[in-house]
Design a protein around this ligand. Structure first.
Ligand SMILES: *[C@@H]1O[C@H](CO)[C@@H](O)[C@H](O)[C@H]1NC(C)=O
Ligand SMILES: *[C@@H]1O[C@H](CO)[C@@H](O)[C@H](O)[C@H]1NC(C)=O
Ligand SMILES: *[C@@H]1O[C@H](CO)[C@@H](O)[C@H](O)[C@H]1NC(C)=O
Ligand SMILES: [Cu+2]
Length: 332
């Protein structure tokens, strides 16, 4: 089955339950700003998650569970392998011969995101969709490109104090030769072939105001249920608790990089860092869930406008990263 069909199917089934207020944690201001609080919460969540797994045997176990890591905590050779696998997808054939701008397997992910954007943001499916989306990229990196390492996340807050200046075309590093093939979403035909360099507009001020270590931590701590968690992560204006946060940590991470296509709501997956960024969103979801697993296995909100095709990958399969299928990972 194609990636598109699988992801569409993932959106088709929803359930609704209500959450119960969670345990409270007390941290000092210093612990919140230094990241010590976030480290403690992450550690607790990973321990709680691992405790739910059998030692060994069939399915997902403590022996075979994958451990997703902060980019800088990955060994250098694993980071090189990760970049090579992304470059390999950027050279692999597209599964969308009909989309003029989709030249590679990497571009296909952007086509998918472009088509689904209105249904998978500020909706019940935001967290589970993106969890499955980056997992699908990981699977393609492994299956098409032989990647054997772990999947990374990007702890934005570690970079807020040291913004690299300037913007414009990326001239250095592994993606200096990468061509962005389609978009932006503001053109008359966004899916047309439109080759150009990748531009970034790194912004430490946005990072400090919206995606600091403290922001990441308070988002996890101040969200009693899934409805508020997904609202506060995205700055959903419909909720008083989330108003005034701007685009919150989700937009904050995106606009710490910004540029074209990184700042394009529809085509941001054409920016390779998108996947580490959404790794961090998913890690926040994982930490939040596993701090109080018993009450945090639900979703909230309207389903989507997508009632077709019939469900093949129910959302309940996407809630637990330790489910026997399709996931088996924790975040350290
Ligand atoms: C980019 O392409 C040029 C010309 O083909 C090549 O010399 C250079 O090594 C490439 N850089 C990277 C980072 O792949
Ligand atoms: C960053 O945060 C400030 C204050 O919370 C907010 O006004 C602004 O819109 C946010 N920026 C983004 C890009 O979310
Ligand atoms: C991030 O923290 C700053 C102050 O430290 C605050 O003004 C801002 O509203 C916070 N944003 C989010 C998304 O939590
Ligand atoms: Cu998205």
């Amino acid at each position: 089955m194609s990636v598109v069909k699988k992801l569409l199917a993932a959106l088709a089934a929803t359930t609704f339950l209500t959450g119960v207020a969670a345990q409270t944690y007390e941290f000092s201001e210093e612990e919140l700003t230094s990241g010590d609080a976030l480290k403690a919460l992450s550690k607790q969540a990973m321990e709680n998650a691992l405790a739910r797994l059998p030692e060994s045997g069939e399915g997902c176990t403590r022996e075979n569970v994958k451990i997703r890591k902060e980019w800088r905590n990955m060994p250098a050779e694993m980071r090189i392998g990760y970049v090579s696998a992304l470059q390999c997808l950027m050279e692999s054939e597209s599964e969308y011969p009909d989309v003029d701008g989709a030249k590679t397997a990497f571009d296909d992910f952007a086509v998918l995101h472009y088509n689904l954007t209105p249904f998978v943001h500020n909706s019940a499916t935001f967290l589970t969709f993106h969890r499955y989306y980056i997992h699908t990229l990981e699977e393609q990196m492994r299956n098409k490109c032989g990647y054997t390492g772990d999947f990374p996340y990007w702890e934005w807050g570690l970079d807020c104090d040291d913004p690299q200046h300037g913007g414009g075309c990326v001239m250095k590093g592994p993606f200096s030769n990468y061509t962005v093939n389609l978009g932006p979403s503001t053109t008359a035909d966004p899916l047309a072939y439109n080759p150009r360099c990748i531009k970034r507009n790194l912004n430490g001020a946005i990072c400090k105001q919206n995606a600091s270590l403290r922001n990441t931590t308070t988002t996890i701590l101040d969200s009693p249920d899934i409805e508020l968690f997904q609202a506060i992560v995205q700055g959903d204006m419909r909720y008083p608790e989330a108003r005034g946060l701007g685009m919150a940590v989700h937009g904050g991470g995106h606009f710490t990089i910004g540029g074209d296509p990184g700042g394009d709501f529809y085509f941001s997956p054409l920016e390779p860092a998108f996947f580490q960024h959404h790794g961090q969103i998913d890690r926040m979801y994982f930490v939040w869930q596993n701090l109080d697993w018993e009450t945090r296995q639900n979703i909230a909100g309207t389903g989507t406008m997508m009632n077709q095709p019939p469900a093949q990958r129910p959302i309940k399969d996407l809630i637990d990263t330790l489910g026997s299928a399709p996931f088996c990972f924790v975040y350290e």
